[in-house]
Design a protein around this ligand. Structure first.
Ligand code: SF4
Length: 283
């Protein structure tokens, strides 16, 4: 979607925003550098927003603790999942803050009625159900890929044509929404990140250091992997070439396009007409 805007195939953006949790694969940061270069030539700045480093905050007993959707082995052996607060805290909140600043109405200024950005979200036709309305008046969600009728495979073909066929999905290294295929990719392409991930998985086993320090121990154990096994004991290759809940990435973390919640009221793929369009941002 960003490339389409840079090439003028969809209306250009005033800015593109990347919400950095500080714990992405190295390939994602390399992509970000490439995007900045392409954006600079097209006059579209790529801005990074952040609300801290999720790995550091999760392990630091003195930092705020925002729960990741870690798998929980309950005392009776059943599997649960911790409540996901991280997407809101590390992605949606800093993105909204940046949008208000781009509009010229940073918090606590009130954004006047009728002033808003078109916020372009890169959802393909395979996942049309993820298109959601914005929950604030100063942002209106638009979906350029749906307008163009582009599927996931269309997007991959387009990226390949531009020599960018190896684009890697953006997601925290330790995100529990990672399937075995993604975990193998981290293991096989970045041994340092893999070692770091194993260490993190061990460190969160008995709950958040902060909660423990506050005398609120976890009833059960945390795991990154849905099998409720320590990551270094999981046979990630067992599911290779076999689509399954463990192999593929389950529902992930896309700010503003979570699979739950009501669908957009704007009929898609028809593009909405703006009464006022002071700014456009791609996230
Ligand atoms: S990628 Fe995963 S861990 Fe990171 S913010 Fe999103 S849900 Fe949380």
């Amino acid at each position: 979607m960003f490339l389409l805007a840079c090439e003028g195939r969809i209306p250009r953006f005033d800015a593109a925003l990347f919400a950095d949790t500080g714990w992405e694969p190295k390939q994602v940061y390399a992509q970000l550098d490439t995007a900045r270069k392409i954006g600079a030539q097209a006059g579209i700045p790529v801005l990074t927003v952040s609300n801290g480093n999720i790995r550091h905050d999760t392990l630091n007993p003195n930092a705020r603790f925002v729960t990741m959707p870690l798998f929980v082995k309950n005392p009776d052996g059943t599997r649960g999942m911790a409540r996901r607060q991280c997407t809101g805290d590390y992605k949606i909140r800093p993105l909204k803050k940046a949008v208000r600043e781009l509009l010229g109405y940073p918090h606590p200024l009130r954004v006047p009625r009728g002033v808003f950005v078109d916020q372009a979200i890169g959802i393909s036709t395979d996942e049309i159900h993820r298109a959601k309305d914005s929950d604030v008046n100063y942002t209106r969600n638009i979906f350029p890929l749906l307008d163009l009728g582009m599927s996931r495979s269309d997007c991959l073909a387009y990226l390949r044509e531009r020599g960018l066929g190896d684009v890697v999905k953006s997601s925290c290294l330790g995100c529990p929404y990672s399937g075995n295929s993604r975990l193998r990719f981290i293991r096989d392409t970045d041994p340092q990140a893999w070692a770091d991930l194993i260490e993190f998985d061990k460190a969160i086993r008995n709950g958040s250091p902060r909660a423990n320090a506050e005398g609120k121990p976890l009833r059960g154990q945390f795991f990154i992997h849905r099998s409720l096994r320590p990551l270094d004991q999981v046979d990630l290759d067992a599911t290779r070439s076999r689509p399954s809940a463990e192999e593929d990435d389950p529902d992930g973390c896309s700010p503003f396009s979570c699979r739950s919640g009501p669908a957009a009221t704007v009929p898609v793929p028809q593009r909405p007409t703006a009464a006022s369009r002071p700014s456009r941002a791609g996230t």
